[in-house]
Design a protein around this ligand. Structure first.
Ligand code: XMP
Length: 507
């Protein structure tokens, strides 16, 4: 295994993800983990993460005594490199050569940089810098600002890099990490099957004989989680699908038909009236999220009470790592952008313990699991759909009439995307009903209809996104169909804003 010692970097999970992508097994341990704890993982290599601390601070976290003397190959990243340099007798200086953002690496040499030539863009974020090498060490890359951007020990398998190879802004970073794994002789047989086994074992260990309540939303994440939990704990799982009345056309039936045959006991709760009642008069987007989140929890509590005699204590959720970051649970300094109801917004009197087996996974990793678990294709390839559903796609007050209008228009848009084979080419698509009404002519008469916005984006991680360049003939056809079949809509517009500055949803 690769043991990643975490010194508090916001990128530590990303390092783990990259190592998984390279098909090696990794574990994250606190930077100060004891030698015995690390030995128990039978490491083939260590990675020391970056972190906000400075080696000058006597209280800064450090590897336990002896950890760097075991002959394990080591890659130190940022703070990790500074620590290595200091530990082996070099010198680090404070604030000297501060670098932040993109930098160009030059004169890369040696096996760590095999296949990486010329000027290479990397991501820097540091204020301390190594200024003197430990005896026998060599510089193996530099930047314009920094003559010591990467270092190698004489043993041939200990390295330090000042930049962050794990982030996307270091496009050759994967190659570097792969080179390190090769040099360290790390086994590369870790597959999605292994991830599946590990998650299954973790769930069993955590939950024991207790019951778990899972909210299934119909998205890839919660559907995959239903199958995973069913695999791990069988009928200790009760999967509940809440029809909150804010779903797309036909969505409820689609989910039932997909999941039921695969095993999990699925309970469908009809709660439209409760949600629509609670949303009456609510126009503020955050308030809508809070209301939907609150009503969700109420429904769960009601469901759980019935199970209480059997000791249902866990509420499982398909929270992914990017959700964790956006809701400020992830790295230092990440702001709370929207209160995604599946992470925040849960009331303090909540009686469940949260079970979130995917909280360290990324979407594509969940899709790989979905494939292994046999989740049917249409659900596996489905675009994400927000928990608060159509409530945040109707600007202003949510009424049954507006829901009905939006549902029909949305269905025309999404069906047309499928028909034109465009569905899989965009990451997410939505119709948004605005409260604006505009003037038009129908026949000889003036009409007065809603303005509907279409939104389609492409994105890798949903943190940033670009608007999709859908063919104009396609947009034309969709606008015609919508205005013809949904007479309440008078005008169709296409959203050409990327994220940032906009978000994917309108609310
Ligand atoms: P934004 O609009 O923030 O959306 O760019 C990023 C992704 O998150 C989804 N989203 C939500 N999902 N509850 C959810 O479960 C929410 O409140 C919520 N708000 C946004 C959005 O659909 C997109 O995929």
């Amino acid at each position: 295994s690769v043991v990643i010692l975490d010194f508090g970097s916001q990128y530590t999970r990303l390092i783990a993800r990259r190592i998984r992508e390279l098909r090696a097994y990794s574990v994250i341990l606190p930077g100060t983990a004891s030698l015995e704890r690390i030995q128990a993982e039978r490491p083939e290599a260590l990675i020391l993460s970056g972190g906000p601390a400075s080696v000058f601070d006597p209280a800064s976290p450090r590897p336990a005594p002896g950890v760097l003397e075991q002959g394990w190959p080591v890659l130190g990243i940022c703070y990790g490199m500074q620590y290595l340099a200091q530990h082996f007798g070099g010198r680090v200086e404070r604030g000297g050569r501060r670098e932040y953002g993109k930098a160009l690496l030059t004169s890369c040499q040696g096996p760590l940089f095999a296949g990486i030539e010329g000027e290479v863009q990397v991501w820097m974020s540091h204020s301390d810098a190594v200024t003197l090498l430990p005896p026998g060490w060599r510089v193996v890359a530099r930047t314009e600002e920094n003559p010591i951007a990467a270092i190698a020990a004489p043993d041939g398998c200990t390295f330090g890099v000042q930049f962050h190879p794990e982030v996307a802004h270091s496009p050759k970073g994967m190659q570097l990490l792969e080179n390190f794994l090769e040099l360290a002789g790390v086994r590369r047989d870790w597959t999605p099957e292994h991830t599946l086994e590990t998650l299954t074992a973790e769930i069993r260990a955590k939950v024991g004989r207790e019951r778990v309540l899972l909210a299934v939303s119909g998205g890839v994440d919660s559907s995959t989680l239903a199958l995973l939990l069913h695999r791990a704990i069988g009928d200790q799982l009760t999967a509940v699908f809440v029809d909150h009345g804010l779903l797309r056309l036909g969505e409820r039936q689609e989910v039932e038909q997909a999941l039921r045959p695969l095993g999990p006991a699925l309970r469908v709760v009809e709660a439209s009236e409760q949600f629509l009642g609670a949303l009456k008069g609510v126009v503020d987007p955050e308030q809508k999220r809070k209301v939907v989140g609150r009503e969700f929890v109420r429904v769960f509590e009601r469901e759980a009470r019935a199970l209480e005699a059997q000791g249902c204590r866990w509420l499982a959720q398909g929270t992914l790592y990017p959700d964790v970051i956006e809701s400020a649970g992830g790295g230092a300094g990440s702001a709370n952008i929207k209160s995604h109801h599946n992470v925040g917004g849960l009331p303090p009197d909540l009686r469940f313990e949260l079970l979130e087996p995917f909280r360290y996974l990324f979407k594509d990793e969940v899709r790989e699991l979905a494939l292994l678990l046999g989740l049917p294709e249409p659900i596996r390839r489905r675009h994400p759909f927000p928990g608060p559903g159509l409530a945040i796609r109707i600007l202003g007050e949510v009424t049954p009439e507006r829901l009905e209008v939006l549902r029909r228009a949305d269905d025309i848009f999404i069906s047309a995307l499928r028909e034109w084979n465009l569905y899989d080419q965009v990451s997410q698509a939505a119709a948004i009903l605005t409260p604006l009404q505009s003037v038009g002519v129908v026949g000889d008469e003036r009409s007065y209809g809603y303005v509907l916005a279409l939104r389609a984006v492409t994105t890798v991680d949903f943190m940033t996104a670009d608007w999709a360049r859908l063919p104009l003939e396609f947009l034309d056809e969709v606008a015609r169909r919508i205005t013809r079949q949904v007479p309440e809509i008078g005008r169709v517009v296409y959203d050409i804003t990327s994220k940032p500055p906009a978000t994917i949803e309108w609310e």
